[in-house]
Design a binder for this molecule. Structure first.
Ligand code: GDP
Length: 557
């Protein structure tokens, strides 16, 4: 017996239906609306008009070959000839004009964004501009960019940059490109190469002309009528304005007031601005615009769609969120899968397999984050690739661990520590967290894993954690931290480090330990104690004192 307000599970419903001779179709709430939404769009697509649309361009290439400068040059050249007083804003993409034809540039150089979008099934790019420095030639990330563009089947134009440099040798670059299967026109192939200098500006106009030429050959068209569809390029939460998303419209026209769904976020378009901050009421194909009005922060690479009404938009978003949550639960529930271990990479490399090391990188400050990133990037080789699943400043938190678990990544912390939740999650999810305070150690560990040569290593075991409640200054003794031991125990003489918001601020050892008036050897969880430190006085309330020991781990190769 069930009452009218009780739910039936799927099996019961099937049984009940069989009894009545009825047929049951079980769908997720919102799934039908989603199908309907997509069906309607399919129809629109089939009717796609022959309207030329501007090309959307991504600039890729090896680090330091001039991608950023090129993007800046094109952008600022346009401001000079553009409308009065236009201050360009970094919204993730911008549009420039060449001979009356607009070209859209995605404003994040590098292949990461490109790959991330593809991973979500979104293809935002029509043309890839591959920047190769004339004085440096084809480098590892050049090759990778070629691979990505090829995999996505996007035409490549090569910008041979830094032609102003004394060592510039465009022919060497062309020869190297030919070796990679990108045969330049001058060598009888089809690949357009444009010698240029982002520094002097020479050749940039020629590059833009070639982009337009390729776009013409590609016959890029889109129907500017009907409900808009496109891709989220960037999204963030703005303090004053709420969730902000930069989208590029792929077809149809997006108008203020329309209900839209972007991934699992939805809302009515409240306002739109272009890359100069001008308000817009409409945006057509290939236009990059910043959109206000979504209820949540969408994810880069999410498709967006205009829905027929708010109710459908809400239902679809709700269903997607439900699915996303299910997927992430399914992805992390097992725990045994976990992230990729440096050791695993080491084994794969030893076995002669191609391996990819996915990393979640956290560091104490922006400068060190960049420095570590650059050094790690330099380690990449043909048989071992590195991918940064995420990079950020600050302590390692539970989110980082979930992300690492979902993407089979190793977490690397530089001068930062995981908080307790993160540590527990890492254990539960079997995610490897490696912590370093010396960049050389970090690089050499990763490098050793990549060449299949991991040294035996020391593992730090956290023994206890105490929180600073009050700091006393006692003459002749120095500062003493009045603490409560929150976990484990604190021993006199133990190695400690101080953490403030997950960042290491000091390392050393405990010089004296007291419980009330007595010197003691050990204080355990739940008890108060006074911790004296030899040579550190910059303690604050709320700091965490972590004590640890080191143990050598035998490596199984
Ligand atoms: P990215 O890492 O590819 O984005 O490279 P950047 O745009 O940051 O450029 C790296 C360095 O090369 C910067 O110091 C630029 O000023 C310089 N650079 C870029 N293009 C040129 C160029 O055409 N000529 C010269 N001489 N330097 C350039």
């Amino acid at each position: 017996m069930v009452t009218a307000t009780q739910s039936l599970n799927d099996d019961m419903i099937e049984l009940f239906a069989a009894e009545l001779g009825a047929e049951v179709r079980i769908t997720e709430p919102g799934a039908e609306q989603e199908e309907e939404l997509l069906r309607a769009l399919e129809v629109d697509l089939a009717e796609g008009g022959q309207h030329i649309r501007p090309p959307v361009v991504t600039v890729m290439g090896h680090v330091d070959h001039g991608k950023t400068l090129l993007l800046d040059r094109i952008r600022s050249a346009n401001v000079v000839e553009g409308e009065a007083g236009g201050i360009t804003q970094h919204i993730g993409a911008y549009q420039t004009m060449r001979g009356g034809h607009p070209i859209t540039f995605i404003d994040t150089p590098g292949h990461e964004a490109f790959t991330a979008m593809r991973a979500r099934g979104a293809q935002a790019t029509d043309v890839v501009v591959l920047v190769v420095a004339a004085d440096d030639g084809v480098m590892p990330q050049t090759v990778e960019a070629i691979d990505h563009a090829r995999a996505a089947d996007v035409p490549i134009i090569v910008a041979i940059n830094k032609m102003d440099r004394p060592g510039a040798d465009p022919d060497r670059v062309r020869a190297q490109l030919s070796e990679r299967g990108l045969v330049p026109e001058t060598y009888g192939g089809e690949v357009i190469t444009v010698p240029m200098s982002a520094m002097t500006g020479d050749g940039i106009d020629e590059l833009l002309d070639q982009i337009l030429l390729v776009a013409e050959l590609e016959e890029l068209t889109a129907d500017p009528t009907g409900r808009a569809v496109g891709i989220v390029l960037e999204a963030h939460l703005d303090r004053g304005r709420g969730p902000v998303a930069t989208v590029v419209v792929q077809r149809g026209t997006l108008s203020v007031g329309e209900p839209m769904v972007a991934g699992a976020a939805w809302g009515r378009v409240r306002a739109m601005t272009d890359d100069r901050g001008n308000p817009l009421t409409e945006a057509g194909p290939s236009a990059p615009v910043q959109v206000l009005g979504l209820g949540e922060v969408a994810r880069a690479g999410d498709m967006f769609v205009v829905a027929p009404d708010e109710k459908t938009a809400g239902k679809v978003a709700e269903t997607r969120e439900h699915w996303q949550r299910q997927a992430s639960l399914a992805g992390t529930a097992g725990g045994s899968g976990g992230g990729a271990k440096l050791e695993d990479i080491f084994k794969q490399v030893q076995a002669g397999e191609t391996a990819t090391l996915n990393l979640v990188l956290k560091a104490d400050v922006h400068g060190s984050l960049e420095a570590v990133t650059d050094s790690l990037r330099k380690l990449e080789r043909d048989d071992v690739k590195l991918t940064f699943v995420s990079r950020g400043v600050g302590g390692i938190n539970e989110n980082d661990v979930q992300l690492a678990a979902a993407s089979e990544a190793t977490i690397i912390g530089f001068n930062v520590r995981p908080d307790r939740n993160a540590r527990q999650a890492a254990e539960a999810e079997n995610v490897e967290v490696r912590l370093y305070e010396i960049i050389y150690d970090l690089i050499s560990d990763v490098q050793n894993a990549m060449v299949g040569l991991l040294e035996p290593e020391f593992e730090e075991i956290v023994v206890g954690e105490a929180q600073v409640r009050q700091v006393f200054r006692i003459s002749g003794v120095g500062p003493v931290a009045g603490c409560v031991v929150e976990h484990g125990n604190v021993r006199s003489g133990a190695k400690v480090r101080f953490l403030r918001d997950g960042t290491i601020i000091w390392k050393g050892s405990i010089s004296s330990l007291r419980h009330f008036q007595d010197d003691v050897a050990e204080v355990s969880a739940g008890m108060e104690c006074g911790i004296g430190l030899s040579d550190f006085s910059d303690l604050k309330e709320g700091d965490v004192i972590e004590t640890y020991t080191e143990r050598e781990i035998a490596r199984v190769a």
